[in-house]
Design a binder for this molecule. Structure first.
Ligand SMILES: [Zn+2]
Length: 708
């Protein structure tokens, strides 16, 4: 009878039957199998172990278990059991390969993220990131690690798992008013627009380094407005000090000039300062468009800021190059800026002109069903450039300001559909329910890990009380109260391929598939709502902006299940609940369908329109205005096209043109990846394949022919 087990590392442990029972349980859960006549199976295993020697290796015991499972007729469980074992072996091999990975990364960073550079800091960051990923996987429950490695779900930013949180809507207005400290002294509340602009960049950069995701300024134009009047007063003071009568016309001219200079400096700063871990510019977003102030003058001043920042963005960089950052979100509202008779319609017109030239702003509708109640309560919803949305709050005030996403996990819907098999909808929902439980488990585990962090681990965001929940906390307090304020997102990838697997058609092709698609996302949302109450944490349903992931899942699934037409035959899965990018569908129909999904995804979403030529401002205006008025379900959208410009003179080129009129062949392309813009060459493999398939929703033409 076995008494001792020799482990793989040579250590000897006393034998426990419990470990075998647990491992078999796990092999069952994964595929949702039930063992018939369990007692008989365990008797059989005991019998075999009874007849063995006192000391056995782990491998020998595994072999006995598998033999018994097969003799007992549980072939599929045996298969799972043996796969599980192989997977664990694979991890061990991979771990020994980590040195190789590190050496490879020293040569060139990979392209998990479209905006990471390739300098020394980037390489160092990737190496550290790779090492921590493995440490995290080794540390967590084996089942969780296995779900991630197998591609059942994806734990985002695993390298930051134990270190920090995802993203934040920086409370800009408060920081400007009260001043702040980044560690080496106090920055007082600014007295003019230039310093207010500088401080807004500093707060983005400091906030960025305390977390792994994006940083947004919620009401950028409103927050800066008070510093316009201070600038005017400064200009007036020159006249007064010189004993002259104040020339108001001149004062206004100087003030406008200074606003424009300040906004230009923000655009330059946010596109040049590699202050995100030394290798990236911050993933910054600015929300604008609804002028407000404590009085009429201040409201007008916030409109001035809005106008000026759009113009600065439109002007681009020094040689007229298009900017990648910040992502600008222009918020529309009927009665304020959406209709020609509205007071600030000219700002919307300008935003559309800019979007036609630079693919920014993107547009958020405050008239949408999910945003209007907030608006009516005085809360302006704002968006993180990646599409993350934080609004509801089970633990306090419903506002985006000072809050963000804590962590997301993304489920592989396609895998579930393949496992269930064509037409087997009930089985699919069984697996979905199981994976929802597993996703919740993973986020709760992350919560347990993160809550041990102290305020001093997030010295700016928590230490300077940017995050709601950090009020009154000291450096030595743990950050648990902040974790209760942010969102915990359960995301999903590949609804289109999932539906194709289950029914043969995706949600753009058939009404029945659309119904089923809605039922699936509704189930995810309902589960998140339940998890929210159960855990008293802000769980949310997330239309994940998958970048590296959209290419990772299909590779794993193809290796496991082979090529399945319309399902695993491409190098990418379609993001979240989007209609596949290569499917010929009219703008109107696409938006109508995606408008049904957006309200369900309270953790964030975006809808895209793709065009194959440079649009005009009017065209963008018509698209945005019509879409928002026609679809009250839809609240966040962007219009995409291919930007190409000459690096020498800044002149724009059409997709098919390779040489600029000036003779220069050094051409730069820009396209949108997830929510942000990125240089063409910085797309990873999966996203490159996806971009290649994108067709125009105006005429069905392919958009990125030149990138074949
Ligand atoms: Zn040129």
């Amino acid at each position: 009878m076995v008494k001792r087990v020799i482990k793989r590392d040579g250590k000897i442990e006393s034998f426990e039957i419990k470990k075998i029972v647990n491992a078999i349980d796990k092999a069952c859960n994964d595929g949702l199998f039930i063992i018939h006549d369990e007692d008989l199976l365990y008797d059989m295993i005991r019998m075999n172990l009874f007849n063995s020697s006192e000391e056995m290796t782990v491998e020998d015991i595994h072999d006995i278990v598998i033999k018994c499972l097969i003799e007992h007729g549980e072939n599929e469980i045996a298969d799972n059991y043996s796969n599980y074992r192989k997977d664990r072996n694979k991890i061990r091999e991979k771990k020994s390969n980590i040195m190789k990975t590190i050496i490879e990364l020293g040569k060139e960073t990979d392209r998990d993220n479209g905006n990471v550079g390739n300098n020394f800091s980037a390489k160092l960051l990737r190496i550290a990131s790779e090492a921590n990923k493995w440490a995290m996987l080794a540390e967590m429950d084996k089942e969780m690690a296995k779900h991630h490695e197998n591609g059942d779900y994806h734990i985002h930013d695993l390298d930051s798992f134990n270190l920090t949180v995802n993203c934040l809507h920086v409370p800009m207005e408060k920081l400007l008013k009260e001043g702040f400290n980044t560690g080496y002294g106090t920055l007082n509340s600014p007295k003019r627009i230039e310093s207010a602009a500088m401080l807004s960049c500093i707060m983005l950069q400091s906030a960025q380094n305390d977390q792994f995701g994006g940083v947004a300024l919620p009401d950028f134009d409103i927050a800066l407005a008070p510093y316009v009047e201070l600038t005017r007063e400064e200009e007036r003071k020159f006249f007064i000090d010189a004993g002259l009568e104040v020339n108001e016309e001149y004062v206004e001219k100087r003030t406008l000039y200074r606003i424009d200079q300040a906004m230009q400096s923000i655009i330059c700063n946010l596109n040049t300062m590699h202050s995100r871990a030394g290798s990236q510019v911050p993933f910054s977003s600015l929300n604008i468009g609804i002028p407000r102030g404590r009085n009429d003058q201040e409201e007008k001043d916030s409109a001035l800021i809005c106008e000026s920042i759009i113009k600065a963005y439109m002007n681009g960089m020094g040689k007229n190059e298009a900017c990648i950052f910040p992502n600008i979100i222009f918020r529309t509202k009927e009665g304020i800026n959406l209709n020609p008779e509205d007071e600030y319609y000219y700002l919307f017109e300008l935003a559309c002109k800019s979007a036609a030239k630079r693919m920014n702003p993107t547009f958020c509708s405050l008239d949408a069903d999910i945003n209007l109640p907030f608006y009516e309560n005085g809360v302006l919803i704002d968006i993180m450039g990646c599409r993350t949305r934080v609004a509801d709050n089970i633990n306090g005030e419903a506002t985006p300001i000072g809050r963000g996403n804590i962590a997301p996990v993304t489920m592989n819907l396609v895998r579930m559909a393949i496992k269930a098999g064509r037409g087997n909808i009930n089985k699919f929902f069984e697996i979905l329910d199981y994976m929802l439980v597993e996703s919740e488990k993973n986020l709760l585990y992350r919560y347990d890990v993160l809550k041990k962090l102290k305020v001093s681990d997030l010295p700016f965001n928590a230490g300077q009380h940017l995050m709601v929940g950090s009020e009154g906390l000291d450096n030595n307090d743990n950050i648990e109260p902040l974790l209760k304020q942010g969102s915990w997102a359960i995301g999903f990838l590949g609804l289109a391929e999932c539906l194709t697997m289950l029914t043969g058609k995706h949600h753009g092709e058939s009404k029945e598939s659309l119904e089923l698609g809605l039922k699936i996302v509704k189930r995810i949302r309902e589960y998140c709502d339940g998890a929210k109450v159960r855990n008293q944490l802000n769980f949310s349903c997330y239309a994940t902006p998958s970048e590296g992931l959209s290419g990772r899942f299909p590779v794993i699934d193809r290796a496991k299940y082979g090529v399945i037409e319309g399902v695993t035959d491409k190098d990418y899965y379609t993001n979240s609940c989007h209609i596949p990018v290569g499917y010929n569908i009219s703008m109107k129909e696409k938006m109508e369908i995606e408008a049904m999904f957006q309200p369900l995804c309270n953790g964030g979403h975006i809808a895209y329109i793709e065009l194959d030529t440079y649009p005009t401002g009017k065209q963008i205006e018509t698209i945005v205005s019509k879409t928002f008025k026609h679809n009250k379900g839809l609240d966040y959208m962007a219009v995409n096209f291919h930007i190409k410009y000459c690096k020498k003179c800044g002149e724009y080129l059409e997709d098919h043109e390779e040489v600029c009129k000036c003779g220069c062949e050094d051409i730069q392309g820009i396209s949108r990846i997830t929510g942000y813009l990125a240089l063409d060459e910085r797309f990873g493999k999966g996203k490159k394949a996806e971009r290649k398939d994108r067709i125009s929703h105006e005429n069905g033409n392919r958009v990125y022919k030149s990138l074949d």
